[in-house]
Design a protein around this ligand. Structure first.
Ligand code: BJW
Ligand code: ZN
Length: 260
């Protein structure tokens, strides 16, 4: 057998097989193999190269809208040019086999949906749901200029709201902001009722999302982590499979790859 560290642990199969309702919590690492940077990666993580205080808070927006809007347009352009990877597709296949499967994601991209996952809860909003900072009305998403994907620091004036003339902001959840109430409530319900929880590609340091696996653990429900690195959640999970999401999930859906 090649690549032994990628081989699926038998225990993972044993934990997932009897589970009727599988919940999946994903973070930035889920999209890493699609070329989307994570936040806390040591060299190319967004927070290693950009300051969250000046880009991902309501105060940052009040101080310099053009800086913030331009940075999010860069990230939107990157996501629009990215494609879901084999791990996104494997989760969508699993959800077709287990229709109760729900993906709870912290990601603001749409790669789960584009891979075919039908039930996705976005805890931290979406790059594709801009809204007015003043009146909160949603505004239609305009695709970003593809050339922006190569230009992270371009300042851009945000569009204005057709209803009140206020500035349109990215539809994401910044530090210090409340998560969308309905999304968080449903995520809590899904994770409280699941029979198994997969936690994929999150460092587990941002709350309240990082508290969700504890709800499953409290009920004795198996929690499996898929992440090439140990995280803040690793000590609390039943099984930590240290593989990249794409490779791991592809093996989960096609265990015969282990014998290649
Ligand atoms: C791979 C891989 C591969 C790599 N395969 N894996 C309790 C305690 C302490 C603090 C708080 C608390 N409760 C609330 C707070 C404050 C704060 C917080 O948590 N701060 C901590 C950082 C200390 N939380 C908030 O402010 C939240 N709001 C809130 O609590 O409001 C309360 C309130 C109530 C009433 C009124 C008002 C307010 C909001 C949090 C919003 C987070 N926003 C961001 C930005 C979103 C927009 C954007 O995209 O720009 O969300 S921050 C950033 O972190 C982003 C992510 O969703 C989030 C989580 O990061 P994630 O996904 O875990 O990524 P990384 O980079 O950290 O980890 C990647 C992982 O992938 C690593 O483990 C790698 O190993 C792994 N990996 N390659 C699999 N191929
Ligand atoms: Zn408005």
């Amino acid at each position: 057998m090649q690549n032994d560290h990628l081989a699926m642990p038998d225990r993972l199969f044993d934990l997932l097989t009897p589970a009727r309702r599988i919940a999946v919590l994903t973070g930035a690492g889920m999209s890493a193999e699609s070329g989307i940077p994570t936040f806390r990666g040591a060299s190319n993580g967004l927070w290693s190269n950009f300051d969250p205080e000046t880009l991902a808070t309501a105060n940052a927006w009040r101080n310099d809208k053009a800086l913030v809007w331009g940075w999010y347009q860069w990230r939107t352009a990157m996501v629009e040019q990215a494609q879901p990877h084999e791990g996104h597709r494997a989760l969508a296949e699993l959800s077709a086999l287990r229709p109760g499967l729900v993906v709870v994601t912290q990601n603001v991209d749409d790669l789960h949906e584009r891979a075919g996952c039908l039930d996705v809860i976005h805890l931290h909003g979406s790059l594709f749901a801009p809204r007015c900072f003043a009146c909160a009305r949603s505004c239609p998403h305009q695709p970003a200029d593809p050339a922006l994907a190569a230009r992270p620091a371009l300042r851009m004036t945000p569009p204005v709201c057709a209803h009140c003339g206020g500035f349109i902001r990215p539809g994401v959840v910044w530090f210090g902001e409340q998560l969308p109430k309905a999304s968080l409530a449903r995520a809590v319900q899904v994770i409280t009722e699941c029979d198994a929880l997969l936690v994929i590609g999150t460092s587990g340091v941002v709350h309240p999302a990082a508290s969700l696996p504890g709800l499953a653990r409290k009920r004795g429900v198996p929690v499996v982590e898929i992440n090439p690195e140990p995280t803040a959640l690793t000590p609390e999970v039943d099984l930590a499979w240290q593989v990249p999401a794409g490779q791991g999930l592809a093996r989960l859906m096609c265990p015969s790859l282990d014998s290649i």
